[in-house]
Design a binder for this molecule. Structure first.
Ligand code: IMP
Length: 493
């Protein structure tokens, strides 16, 4: 359908998140900071939703989301999206490592057979840091359990040429598979053990539980875990058919959510990728990125479980300069939130929205949630932490910095995201440095960010993200109002 010039050319400017301020709502006993709930919908799942325990997602970028980030962020209740611009084996290994790292029931533990050499056990202890191992008849994690071996059971020099059967403990305390983590914990206390193997009726090893993992759990009451108490993790795929084997591998590795990673998600390729995924699994799939109501409707009607919003506004993004495409994030969100609400009215289906790009300040996070985003994806914000996948350097002027390179920079060359190839490629993103501010869990970092978001919600008179969407009022500010809102007329110490 052709459009008139008036329809095609919008003369109202698009707005940035930084131009809005949240108006106060009534604070009551029900929405003081301690009562605020940050749990929010990431995407649809089955008849309900897959929720995060707080609204932050680390971007699908090489510099940002790797194993360390995914673990620390899941401990806080958020989720990482492992990028598809790395080889599939690497991407799958990160997912498996994160799942295995955890806490609770571990199914794929290193085991020894009775014939294994003590020298192998010593090497494994050095490499993994774990000091207790099951011994099974075939040395595999699904074999029949016949003992355990710990670092206390042999002398590292005198016994290194002996076999595991010479030193293993055969008198075992075990539990049957299917018990809960709390029951496992009670048994470990009763047996005075830091380790509990779970077996089936035939004594085949099914999983093990480590006490130190359960202790860790107490430090992270909001951690995001699956039904087996393993950390949740998401992964990206491109819309290129060459990524179909990647999709298969990610599903097999038990990724929670697949994000389709494309700078422009208003395309037929999103749909064909979703169609392919649906032939394999009902795993939740996030589509995007889009910046218009039409783009959103295209993905919503196709059956995506959440939609990512934002283009040309990432901190190191040069898309707007090179191609002239993009949109102010507040306007993109407002347009799409309206469409989302309309879609819900018509179909009864609520599609969560992810605000992606250009957000690293807490006030912008709060404004994005207030407009109607359910979660927020960030690269710049997360790369500053030690856990980000980027190398750490000492910069002559700025002290410790993390390198930050965008996905369409020469360094990342994420061909799939930008529909380019090795032969012809232009950059849509740059490279730089971001000061490193320490680890995610330090109180001045994520805990402080979450407190600020809660404080903003409390001032808005809202207890939940859903209430923000329904009741929070926002106002566009004039340049002078914004100037008043910044520090002014004093000499800052
Ligand atoms: P940031 O949080 O402002 O750094 O933005 C991160 C977001 O920028 C990512 O989640 C992507 O949506 C987007 N992005 C990543 N790499 C590029 C690029 O090279 N060009 C444009 N946008 C990018």
């Amino acid at each position: 359908m052709e459009h008139t010039t008036d329809e095609r050319i919008i003369l109202n400017p698009a707005y940035s998140l930084r131009e809005f301020r949240i108006l106060t709502g009534k604070t009551t006993l029900n929405n003081t900071i301690s009562e605020i709930e940050l749990k929010t919908k990431l995407c649809r799942k089955g008849d309900g939703f897959f929720c995060l325990n707080m609204p932050l997602i680390s971007a699908a970028m090489q510099a940002v989301s790797g194993k360390e980030m995914a673990i620390s962020l899941a401990q806080c209740g958020g989720i990482s999206v492992i990028p598809c611009s790395i080889p599939v084996d690497e991407q799958v290994k990160i997912i498996k490592d994160v799942k295995r790292h955890k806490a609770g029931f571990q199914e794929e533990v290193v085991c020894f057979s009775p014939e294994s050499k003590i020298s192998d056990v010593i090497d494994t202890i050095h490499n993994t840091g774990y000091s207790i191992y099951p011994v099974t008849d075939n040395g595999m994690c699904n074999g029949k359990l016949i003992g355990i071996i710990t670092d206390k059971d042999f002398h590292p020099v005198n016994h290194k040429d002996n076999t595991v059967s010479d030193h293993m403990i055969k008198d075992l305390d075990v539990a049957e598979e299917g018990i809960t983590l709390d029951e496992a914990n009670e048994k470990m206390i009763k047996f005075r053990r830091g380790f509990l193997p779970l077996v089936d009726k035939d004594f085949n090893l099914k999983a093990v539980v480590f006490r130190k993992d359960i202790d860790k759990k107490l430090n992270f009451p909001n951690e995001l875990v699956d039904e087996k108490n393993r950390y949740c993790i998401a992964a990206a795929v491109s819309t290129q058919p060459r990524d179909y084997p990647r999709i298969d591998a990610l599903i097999k590795a038990r990724t929670e959510v697949i994000f389709i990673d494309a700078s422009d998600g208003y395309s037929d390729f999103q749909i064909s990728t979703l169609d392919y995924i649906r032939t394999k699994s009902d795993i939740p799939v996030v589509g995007g990125n889009v910046i218009t109501a039409e783009g959103f409707m295209h993905l919503a009607k196709a059956g995506f479980d959440a939609v990512k919003v934002g283009m040309g506004i990432g901190s190191g993004c040069t898309t707007q300069e090179t191609k002239g495409t993009g949109r102010g994030q507040a306007t993109a969100l407002m347009d799409i939130v309206k469409a989302r609400n309309e879609f819900q009215k018509q179909t009864g289906n609520y599609i969560p929205i992810i605000a992606d790009g250009g957000i690293s300040n807490t006030s912008h996070m709060a404004v994005a949630l207030a407009i109607g985003a359910d979660t927020i994806m960030m690269g710049r914000y997360f790369v500053q932490y030690r856990e980000s996948a980027a190398p750490l350097h000492r910069h002559p002027k700025h002290g410790f910095v993390k390198e930050y390179w965008m996905e369409a920079s020469k360094r990342a060359r994420n061909y799939g995201r930008y529909d380019s190839s090795k032969d012809i490629f232009f950059e849509e993103g740059t490279e730089g440095y971001v000061p490193c501010v320490g680890t995610i869990h330090e109180s001045k970092n994520i805990p402080e960010t979450l407190l600020k978001i809660k404080s903003s919600m409390s001032s808005a008179g809202c207890r939940t993200v859903d209430e923000m969407h329904k009741n929070c009022k926002l106002e566009l500010q004039s340049v002078y109002s914004l100037a008043d809102g910044a520090v002014h007329d004093i000499i800052v110490k």
